[in-house]
Design a protein around this ligand. Sequence first.
Ligand SMILES: [Mn+2]
Length: 340
Amino acid sequence: MFDANQIGMPNGNYFALPFSVEDAALALVAAPWDVTTSYSAGTAGAPVALLDASAQIDLYDLVYGDFWQQGIGTVPLANKWLQQSAAMRKQAQKVIAMLEKEVDKNHPRLRSLLQKVNDASAQFNDYVYNTTRALLQQNKRVGLVGGDHSTPFGYLRALAEQHTQWGILHIDAHADLRQAYEGFEYSHASIIYNVLKHLPQVAKIVQVGIRDLCNDEVTLAQNDARVVQFNSYAIAQNEFCGGNWATLCKKIVDELPQKVYVSFDIDGLSPDNCLHTGTPVPGGLSFLQACYLLQQLSEAGKTVIGFDLCEVCPHPHSNIDVIVGARMLYKLCGCLLSSK
Ligand SMILES: [Mn+2]
């Protein structure tokens, strides 16, 4: 009964596609988790909000054509984690409030709250690890729909068991190189730090759109040959001085090994694309710049082994975040399924 030319009828699947996970080349896994974000909450609601918004997308893609026919399946969302995220977020807020009052780091109450949040985050990581690992073992390709930017860690662990030498194309306003930010071992601001520390299989991390980082992160990036940054000011300067995006994209892609994972934090885009994300920063890539970079990645013959899309934050009175987010999710699916 499925007609790709008709408006999508919501059916519980991303893009209202008619595939089961068994029939699909690519499976999308929801990661409704948002415990450690510092500024504003809500990305835990993104997997459901993006699913709703994605039904509106016309399936023919001007870059990737009818790639969807390979099948994009939706793993049913585990509501339990959405509830656990809300409960743990309250505990995390207490930690942040105590830190703001400059409570001693060894204060027993602070330590026990931190332990609780860190244990819950580790359990969530295990859920993502087990879910994505099972799919990879069935030869599915996997996209993770966050959630905040802590959520891909379990998936990255699962990929590291399958691939020995791979890189990450990391699009983000932030370097996410903080060690246990605010004491949270699995903070949204620590994902790349945790990858460098725990996953030696990741040979290269190429960060694009970075424009907000602390001194320690600069030092870490400078002292670790695995990290290469194309920050937003350098990208703009290239353009202001007559350089072009195509040449720069080639440089970015050339830095990456054959196998590439894409970690896409929506705040890597300019804030007009993600008004309500937790930590928006002026500047950043345009939607089309990001699309072109993804296109260059698949056209260069790289193998895209997986992706995540994080930090999309739905808002009750504005749908721009989920409209852009759902489109970017579709582009990420296209990039992966069109790659070697
Ligand atoms: Mn991030």
